[in-house]
Write a protein that binds this ligand. Structure first.
Ligand code: ASP
Length: 436
C-alpha cells in the first residue's frame, strides 16, 4: 500500500492542515465561521468515539477476565499490570518534580503578568475549584466508596463513571469464572460478540479520523486565539517556560521510561514500537481524551503490535481509567509552578504530599478533556496553596492536556506490550494490512 494511504499519515496531514487553518482563521477573523461549520464535525468525531467507550470497557473487560483460565492467572496478570502502572506513575512524578525544581519556571513570571492572568481566568478558575469542592470535603475513604456503584445502569450512562464500570466489569468477570462453564457460556458469548461489534465500529469511525482531527485542531486554535491572536503570543511569553517544562517532562518520560521498558522487557524495536502506535497518539493529541482514544489503542495494540486480545482487553481499559502518567507529571509541575509564582517555598514534606496525592488524583482523573486540572485543585489544597492559583495556568491548559493525553495513552500501550511479553502472548510483528 502506498504510504499516503496509511492512516497515520492521513491523520498527521489532518493535524497539520487543522493547525495551519486555525492560525489563518484566527488572523483572518473566521472565528464565527469555524465555530458554526467546522467545530461541530470535531464534536461529532469525539462523540462517535466516546459513544463506544463504555460498551467497549464493559465488554472487553468482562470477556478479558472471564476468558482467563482461572483466578490465579487473573491475579498474576492483574498484579503485574497494576504494579507497572503504579511504578511508571511514580517515575513520572519524580521526573516532573526534579525538572520543575531545577528550572523554576514560576520565578520568571513578571508580577504584572501574574495579576493579569489571575484576573482573566478568575471566573473559570472558581468554577473548576467549585467542581472539586465535593471531592475535597469528603473523608479519606471516599474514593473507595465512589468506585463502587450502587446502580450499574446509572454508571454506564455516565462517561465520567468509568472507574465504576471498570469495577463492575472486573467483578462480573471474576464471578463468571466461578460459575459452571456451560452456564457462563451464553453471557461470555454475548459480551464477546459485543466487543467484536465495537471494534468494527471503531474501524468505521477511524475512516473519518483525518477529517475529525482537522476539525478538532482548527477549532482548538481558533478557540485559543479568539478574536485577538496576539493574546496567544503574550500567553506563551509568560507561560512558555512552564509549558516547556511540562512538555520536556512528558517527552523525557516517553523517551526514557517507556523506551527502556520496551527495549529491555519486550522484543519490539523502539522505532517500530513508536511508529506503530502513532495513530493512537495522534487521536489522543487531537481529542485530549484517553477514554475516546481507547477504542483506537485497543485496535493498535492488537493489529499493529501483536498484543493478544486476552492481554489488551484487560490491560488497556484498565489503563485508560487508572493509569495517567502524563496527568500525574503535569499535576506535579503545575502545583509547584503555582506555588513558585505565588512566591511560596515548598518543603520536602509538601513535595512528598504532592507525589502521594497526585498518584491518587491521577487514578481518579476521568479520561476526558481537562479532567486533570480539576483534580489539581485537590493537590493544591493538600499543600495549602490557594486553589485560585489554577487561574494562572488555564490559558495554556488545553495544549498541555493534548500533550499529557499522548503520554497517558503511550503508557498504556507500553504496559500492554510488556505484560503481553511476560505472559508469552506477544505475537510476531503483524503486517500492517489494515492501513493503520
Ligand atoms: N485529558 C486527559 C486524558 O483523558 C486527562 C487529563 O485531563 O489530564 O487522558
Amino acid at each position: 500500500m502506498p504510504w499516503y494511504r496509511k492512516l497515520h499519515w492521513q491523520i498527521l496531514a489532518g493535524l497539520v492542515l487543522g493547525l495551519v487553518y486555525g492560525i489563518v482563521a484566527a488572523i483572518a477573523g473566521w472565528v464565527e465561521f469555524t465555530d458554526d461549520w467546522i467545530s461541530p464535525w470535531g464534536s461529532v468525531f469525539i462523540n462517535l468515539l466516546t459513544l463506544i467507550a463504555v460498551p467497549l470497557v464493559l465488554a472487553s473487560l468482562i470477556t478479558g477476565v472471564s476468558s482467563l483460565a482461572d483466578t490465579r492467572k487473573l491475579s498474576r496478570i492483574g498484579g503485574r499490570t497494576i504494579g507497572i502502572y503504579l511504578g511508571t506513575t511514580l517515575v513520572a512524578l519524580v521526573i516532573g518534580l526534579v525538572l520543575v525544581n531545577v528550572v523554576q519556571p514560576g520565578r520568571s513570571v513578571p508580577e504584572e503578568m501574574r495579576e493579569r492572568l489571575s484576573a482573566i481566568y478568575q471566573d473559570d478558575a472558581s468554577a473548576r475549584a467549585g467542581m472539586a469542592e465535593d471531592a475535597r470535603e469528603r473523608g479519606p475513604l471516599q474514593p473507595i466508596v465512589d468506585m463502587i456503584p450502587s446502580n450499574i445502569f446509572a454508571s454506564v450512562s455516565n462517561n465520567r463513571s468509568m472507574l465504576q464500570v471498570v469495577f463492575f466489569a472486573l467483578f462480573a468477570g471474576v464471578a463468571l469464572l466461578m460459575i459452571p462453564r456451560e452456564k457462563a457460556e451464553p453471557l461470555i458469548g454475548f459480551f464477546d460478540s459485543l466487543s467484536e461489534l465495537v471494534i468494527k465500529m471503531v474501524e468505521l469511525i477511524m475512516r473519518i479520523a483525518p477529517f475529525g482531527v482537522f476539525c478538532l485542531l482548527a477549532s482548538t486554535i481558533t478557540d485559543l486565539a479568539g478574536d485577538d491572536p496576539s493574546q496567544i503570543v503574550e500567553l506563551l511569553r509568560a507561560l512558555g517556560l512552564y509549558s516547556a517544562v511540562v512538555i520536556a517532562g512528558l517527552a523525557a518520560h516517553m523517551l526514557i521510561t517507556y523506551a527502556t521498558l520496551i527495549s529491555v522487557f519486550t522484543p519490539r524495536r523502539l522505532g517500530e514500537f513508536f511508529s506503530r502506535i502513532t495513530p493512537a497518539q495522534l487521536v489522543a493529541f487531537s481529542t485530549s481524551s484517553s477514554g475516546a482514544t481507547l477504542p483506537v489503542s485497543m485496535k493498535v495494540a492488537e493489529k499493529n503490535l501483536g498484543v493478544s486480545e486476552e492481554v489488551s482487553s484487560f490491560v488497556l481499559p484498565l489503563g485508560a481509567t487508572i493509569n495517567m502518567d502524563g496527568t500525574a507529571l503535569y499535576q506535579a509541575v503545575a502545583a509547584v509552578f503555582i506555588a513558585q509564582t505565588l512566591g511560596m517555598d515548598l518543603t520536602m514534606g509538601q513535595q512528598i504530599t504532592i507525589v502521594l496525592t497526585a498518584m491518587l488524583a491521577s487514578i481518579g482523573t476521568a479520561a476526558v478533556p481537562s479532567a486533570g486540572i480539576v483534580m489539581l485543585v485537590i493537590i493544591l489544597e493538600s499543600i495549602n496553596v490557594p486553589a485560585a492559583g489554577i487561574a494562572l495556568i488555564l490559558g495554556v491548559d488545553r495544549i498541555l492536556d493534548m500533550c499529557r493525553t499522548v503520554t497517558n495513552v503511550t503508557g498504556d500501550l507500553t504496559v500492554s506490550t510488556v505484560v503481553a511479553t511476560a505472559e508469552n502472548q506477544l505475537d510476531a510483528l503483524p503486517a500492517l494490512e489494515s492501513g493503520y
